[in-house]
Design a protein around this ligand. Sequence first.
Ligand code: B12
Length: 467
Amino acid sequence: MSYNNQDSPHILCVNPWIHDFAAFDFWSKPVGLLKIAALLEQQGAGVTFIDCTDRFHPMDTEQRKTLPDGRGPYRKRKIDPPPGLPNVKQQFSRYGIAPEWFRQDLEAAGKPDLVLVTSGMTYWAPGVKETIETIREVYPDVPVILGGIYATLWFEHAEQYTGADIVISGADFEKIFRSIHRYTGIGLAADFEPGNLDSHPYPAFHMLGRIPYVPLTTTVGCPFSCDYCASSHLADTFRRRSVDSVFREIEYWHQKYGVRNFAFYDDALLVDKERHALILFEKIAASDLDVSFHTPNAVHVKELDEKTCLLMKKAGFKSIRMGLETADFSRNRTMDAKVAGTDFSCAVSGLKKAGFDGKQIGAYLLCGLPGQGFDEIEASFQHVRQTGTTPTFAFYTPIPHTRMWETAVKHSRYDIESDPVYTNNALFPCMQETGIRRKISRLKNRLKTSGKTVYDGKKDNTEEDLH
Ligand code: B12
């Protein structure tokens, strides 16, 4: 939590609990709300930030191991699954701090003038609802505004379901400022141009109890429009920050807070790289910063030529994830516009030549796509393994406003239009084949025995992540 300035309007920002079958702090920070918190602080508001997924809460005495790069498991407690999922055998949990600690933190913060709640995955809606209910118990008459990814992608559901007073869709800063003004009297637009990313303050990571790593966003949006991805709905134009501004941010977190690990959140980090990313990597390589970089959100395979790979190595990249999606090149990739057959082998040879080892290089494979069979998943897995790099499963989650949504609705075993919880990728909602989870586990075991395991974003921590 951060301080509360008594003389100015007090705004409480809350990152909600995660309710899911599995979750792991895989470079996951509420960057959008932290950015708004920074803006409010800059304008003199008293801002308190409570992160319900805080892994380092002072009341937490549980021993959980943090990986050297800052990632780690959340505290978790078993809860009932949301209604409608009666036949699912996997355990359902609340990830994050204990409800009593949250209540205590809310009380300790003092009554705010306004509460801002963010949201992540659409299927985490039940965690958002429980968070808002708890806020209401403590401060029944304080207005609550909900925004973030779920609020943007499934606005109507968020309005009906979460109990927020207002739901704001997207990164519409004018609208966000108007609502904040309405409740607190703070006028926010003064020294900030929404369209100019360089004028945005850094997200307020300093308001979190500890900063194990910092996510970086150098670009917003994506020039591609892949069938399964909602990026173009979340940001309608592709914009980027200046290289200097990104470099200064890295220096800032490193020098002031000792941060060593940075994860790029960009959807298109390497696009137009000669004029952007490569200049940044060169600048970092030429500096004496002792920092490491990671690309959990995947980079475009096509962009990984030898020069880029070498610069990434020199700049301090430690884990590279590529969006391969599938090694079935026969469908001519109508699904995404990014990869051709030979691109992948060129990228792998470039990365290896630059000095990355197979464990540092992961290729995301989308599994659970509508109409996909296990055969395709296995073939993609083998294709990646043969290159000596690490296949990393990304389970498909159907998202409204994407081109694949209608197909997903048709293929789904659940009424996914009725409730986001059915779109949870742990359910493999679009796969008709049975036993898919077991089959995928078997593939993963093959990796384990060969000593190559990379966390795939959809599993709790196990020894393999924490060795
Ligand atoms: C970075 C990222 C990740 C990171 C971690 C992100 C995190 N915080 O947990 C990593 C790489 C780990 C990740 C993983 C996954 N991700 Co992801 N990820 C993203 C990405 C690229 C950016 C999210 C982000 O932080 N944006 C930056 C901030 C600034 O934006 P923002 O939070 O939306 O905030 C803005 C507004 O929403 C608003 N706002 C925010 N909060 C509030 C609050 C209030 C009150 C108001 C008024 C406004 C407001 O203000 C901000 C203004 O800039 C998005 C795509 C995208 N372009 O957004 C996908 C995305 C969110 N991910 C997605 C998916 C599918 C996944 C995975 C399931 C992939 C997989 N199959 O394994 C996993 C699951 C992760 C998990 N935790 O379990 C989907 C969402 C699916 C869904 N159903 O909701 C997205 C949309 C991509 C897509 N495929 O279309 N992801």
